[in-house]
Design a protein around this ligand. Structure first.
Ligand SMILES: *Cc1c(COP(=O)(O)O)cnc(C)c1O
Length: 361
């Protein structure tokens, strides 16, 4: 008889060696670690959404390719003619699908680094190699190094998070164009933070057949619904569609997102408020950190701020002890030493953050 199977005996060694994506417990804390929109829908809209969801036939599987939802997304977000969207259970799922689809033997996934950890995790899940190209000292794209790495590694996909998580900046469009021209494979521009940056690559899709734009409704204020969409030309989507689990977007998500798109102005107002509050928070933090050795607030086009503190890990712990949860990104990369990533919250949450930081310095 065989010995009973164990995970260590059965699973791929690279999976056993990995740390999963860990989400910390935020119970009782001011939650400024995950770039959530702190605002909910106004009460009358919540009531209306409840009535809408009550009508949904939850006994039925979702419609196979969500034609109404896809049309609403194309119209509301201005997907160019001749292009369409692939829907994912969050854009995280689309990152997984794209990586899986391109995971031929020896395939490489490439991204400037530090950037969104899921690009690297997904590459490893798929058995592909991940190449991170260090960003320049000011976190801009190091174009010569990026072009050299593209030439050397011939990546299946170049991932560009712009604004970049966790640094907050957008990449120079002229540099991105050079990457698009040099890349032998797909260039996926991840616009998760587009509501806070305004600029978008969507209108330029027709000009670059190897460009795909990844979006999500999460940071806009619907993180709990789990809906991402990949905008690209039909030939890409027709192939990727084969990998999409048939019912990955559930009927409640579909109905709630369609409802939200009818009230997009509410979310756009919230994003505008967060953009203004981002500037106010950056100013308050700048004043607080002025004169501290090494400390600084990095410029941001997203709904978070990256800050460097005299002692990042100690500040993280002291903030948590004072009831404020942020993200310690200091160990992610040497360029982020002593850095924390702070989500922009409500004015009251931002005030609590600044006060907790003041008390902990
Ligand atoms: C938050 C984030 C995502 C994940 O979005 P979901 O749609 O919630 O899965 C994707 N890309 C970047 C860069 C992010 O920061």
């Amino acid at each position: 008889m065989n010995a009973p199977a164990t995970p260590a005996g059965l699973l791929r060694p690279e999976i056993l060696a990995m740390q999963g994506y860990r989400v910390p417990d935020a119970a009782g804390l001011v939650k400024l670690d995950a770039m959530e929109n702190p605002y909910r829908l106004p009460e009358p809209l919540r009531a209306e959404l409840g009535r809408r969801l009550a009508e949904v036939a939850i006994n039925r599987y979702p419609a196979p390719d969500h034609p109404a939802l896809r049309r609403a997304i194309r119209e509301r977000f201005g997907v160019p003619a001749g292009h369409d969207v692939l829907l994912g259970n969050g854009s995280d799922e689309l990152i997984t699908l794209l990586t899986l689809a391109t995971a031929r033997p020896g395939a490489v996934q490439l991204s400037p680094w530090p950037s969104f950890v899921m690009y690297e995790l997904s590459a490893r899940f798929a058995g592909s190699r991940f190449v991170g190209v260090p960003l320049a000292a000011d976190f801009s794209l190091d174009l010569p190094a990026t072009l050299a790495a593209i030439d050397a590694h011939r990546p299946a996909i170049v991932w560009l998070s712009s604004p970049n998580n966790p640094t907050g900046n957008c990449f120079d469009p002229a540099a991105v164009e050079r990457v698009l021209e040099a890349a032998p494979g797909l260039v996926v521009i991840d616009e998760a933070y587009q509501p806070f940056a305004i600029d978008s690559w969507l209108p330029r899709l027709p000009r670059y057949p190897n460009l795909a734009v990844l979006r999500t409704v999460s940071k806009l204020g619907l993180a709990g619904l789990r809906l991402g969409y990949l905008c690209a030309a039909r030939p890409w989507l027709d192939e990727l569609e084969k990998l999409r689990p048939p019912y990955n977007v559930n009927v409640l998500t579909e109905a709630a997102v369609r409802f939200a798109l009818e009230h997009l102005d509410v979310f756009e107002d919230q994003a505008a408020r967060l953009r203004a509050d981002r500037e106010a928070l950056a100013k308050a933090l700048g004043e607080l950190l002025a004169g501290l050795p090494g400390a600084r607030v990095f410029p941001s086009r997203a709904n978070f701020l990256l800050v460097r503190l005299p002692d990042g890990p100690a500040s993280f712990e002291r903030l948590r002890a004072r009831g404020v949860l942020v993200k310690d990104v200091g160990r992610m990369d040497p360029s982020l030493r002593d850095c924390l990533r702070l989500t922009v919250g409500t004015p009251e949450e931002n005030r609590l953050l600044v006060e907790a930081l003041r008390a902990s310095l």
